[in-house]
Design a protein around this ligand. Sequence first.
Ligand code: ZN
Length: 235
Amino acid sequence: MNNEEPPRRSLSVRARLLSVTGLAVVASLLVWHGQVADFLGFDSPGDKAPVIGGAGAPDTRLPRADGDVPSTPVSTPAVTPKPKPTKPPKKKPKPTKSPSTSDNGAYDEESTEGMSPKLRSRLLKAMAAAKADGATLRINSGRRSAAKQRRLLDEAIVKYGSYKAAVRWVLPPEFSEHVKGRAVDITPAAGAKWLELNGYRYGICRRYDNEPWHFEALTTPGRKCPPREPYALAE
Ligand SMILES: [Zn+2]
């Protein structure tokens, strides 16, 4: 029993000595290695790590992160197409406004459109007879809208200086035979002269002294026309 103990002590002491010397050797080697490394200019692993990290991974990862961010806005445009279907219904009411022209009285003034049946039928017969006689009759102004007549009167008031003077040439809409479709202005002057001389055969007469172009259906076809009036009266 006594013999066994000393060897254990000696071994433990030797082990301790070896461990201490081993640590000293390792420490000295580490110090020496560090000095050699500094002398040779090697960078320590701690210095290299930040350089590698800053140059490589962060640059490539940041753009990818930015690229992922736009992916979320892409989802928002998909939501916008939904309000678009609400726009087509707004286009539907537009075409319904066009038929209102008949109420406004937009007539083809240089035709028989809108004329009374009596004046129209008589005028067509007269124009056919004039053509056969070598004369030219054209409709300069037939049926007018009330708005057009008002506009003509406003222009005449400016031209002649007063309402009283203007109505001798352009009657107010409520008095105008053009607005009623019962008057026609003929052009050119030679054609109007032909109608003045021959219109009675078709019941068409010149009405005013100051308007050689203005005609109305004032008599029975074949009968003499009534005496002319000096100018139009708003009454
Ligand atoms: Zn007229």
